[in-house]
Design a protein around this ligand. Structure first.
Ligand code: XLS
Ligand code: CA
Ligand code: CA
Length: 437
């Protein structure tokens, strides 16, 4: 069998003192932290689109990367070789999961029937490779944004025929995800939004998106697919405004359309920052509302206002993310998928390994630090103490709905000006830095 990454052997854990660039210094899959192994905490996944289909193209020029498994003259041969290369990569890297869009793994044909046939051929091979390697599918999804028919959206398209095409495509993508034992299925509203409101009936489009997701829920039941559904927020790109703007707007949408029991969120770091939030904020919002499902790990660039999808290397970010995840019990269905791409000048296949190893180590360090913060108890203890008034008689009356404005007016008239306390932000930031050091 042809090897596609012959210069790389299985990446090993060598510990923090290792000088080997392609080794894990912190990610030790079997090491237990806070009651679980690191492998169980993270459920690391590699995304197919950036890692195997991305060749460095940007709006100013085509791809820069030449890959042995890419044979543009024969798309099906290319698809097969790319899949084999991908499973070699997963195995050498030591991740347990992968994720794909239908059109990443098999090229579109001249008709839906031909496209589906091509997909079936590749899915058969994927099933075999999963069996041979033990690598599992974290989630599948459909690409409803590249083809020109979806230029004005899929489920929110002004044309019902395009809506129907999208439904047929998602039906098939759900079937193959189910066939491959996928643990989830993601809906990212690729072009579900608008470029101008002058041509858009927003209310109608949102109703159609709700209808579409209900059809997916019905079909999920029908085929007995037990994986978790996720919706992935993103505020803009490719459209000017995407309806799934951020965690909070997705939550409102899911509630309005009666979908909150059926979908959780797949949160991507760079999408959170594009929405003007932090990754940490998005995680905390979702966790606090019981809809934290899965994570697309990456980062943006503060000086570039777009979706750069860089590999996560910032220890502040990874620590804060793990601090939220640990406090809310970690992943139950999802995992940590690297929705990230190497830079256009990182043209060698080995750069894909450096990128993932760095991302996994950055999260492993974040996990260790977050676990120390929680074990130490000082920081969570501060927060608990800050709210302790709510455990007293006044706080309890309010929380239990036993007091209204009149009672609170009487209380205030009797007790006078309330005592206030410092938020101690600087002290807490210093404390946080101490843990990172
Ligand atoms: C694009 C999204 C996409 C989803 C899956 O910005 O991140 O890749 O994760 O469709
Ligand atoms: Ca994503
Ligand atoms: Ca992105």
């Amino acid at each position: 069998m042809k090897e596609f990454f012959p210069s790389v052997s299985k990446i090993a854990y060598e510990g923090p003192d290792s000088a080997t660039p392609l080794s894990f210094k912190h990610y030790n899959p079997s090491e237990k932290i806070a009651g679980k192994t690191m492998a169980e905490h993270f459920r690391f996944s590699v995304c197919y689109w950036h890692t195997f289909k991305g060749l460095g193209a940007d709006p100013f020029g085509p791809g820069t990367m030449i890959r042995d498994y890419n044979a543009p003259s024969d798309p099906m041969e290319s698809a097969e070789m790319t899949l084999r290369a991908a499973f070699e990569f997963f195995t050498k890297l030591g991740v347990g999961f992968w994720c794909f869009h239908d059109r990443d793994i098999a090229p579109e044909g001249g008709s839906l029937a031909e496209t589906n046939k091509r997909l079936d051929t590749i899915v058969k091979l994927a099933a075999q490779l999963q069996k041979d390697t033990g690598v599992k599918l974290l989630w599948g999804t459909a690409n409803l944004f590249s083809h020109r028919r979806y230029m004005a959206g899929a489920a929110t398209n002004p044309s019902p025929a395009v809506f129907a095409h999208a439904a047929a495509q998602v039906k098939k993508a759900m079937e193959v995800t189910h066939e491959l034992g996928g643990e989830g299925y993601v809906f990212w509203g690729g072009r579900e939004g608008y470029d101008t409101l002058l041509n858009t009936d927003m209310g109608r489009e949102l109703d159609h998106l709700g209808r579409f997701l209900h059809m997916a829920v019905d079909y999920k039941k029908k085929i007995g697919f037990g994986g978790q559904f996720y919706i992935e927020p993103k505020p803009k790109e490719p459209t000017k405004h995407q309806y799934d703007f951020d965690a909070a707007s997705c939550y409102a949408f899911l509630q309005k359309y009666g979908l909150v029991d059926h979908l959780k969120l797949n949160l991507e770091a760079n999408h959170g920052t594009l929405a003007g939030h932090t990754f940490h904020h998005e995680l905390e919002f979702a966790a606090a509302n019981g809809i934290l499902g899965s994570v697309d790990a990456n980062r943006g660039d503060l000086l570039l206002g777009w979706d750069t999808d860089q590999f996560p290397t910032d220890l502040y970010d990874t620590t804060l993310a793990m601090y939220t995840l640990l406090r809310y019990g970690g992943f139950t269905t999802g995992g940590l998928n690297f929705d990230a791409k190497v830079r256009r000048q990182s043209i060698d296949a080995v750069d894909l390994f450096h990128a993932h190893v760095g991302g996994m180590d950055a999260f492993a360090r974040g996990l260790k630090i977050a676990a120390r913060i929680i074990e130490d108890g000082k920081l969570p203890g501060f927060v608990k103490d800050r709210y302790k008034g709510w455990e007293g008689p006044l706080g309890q009356k309010i929380e239990k709905g036993q007091a209204g404005f009149e009672e609170l007016e009487a209380y205030t008239l009797e007790h006078g000006e309330p005592e206030i306390q410092s938020g101690r932000q600087e002290m807490l930031e210093n404390m946080f830095n101490e843990y990172i050091a």
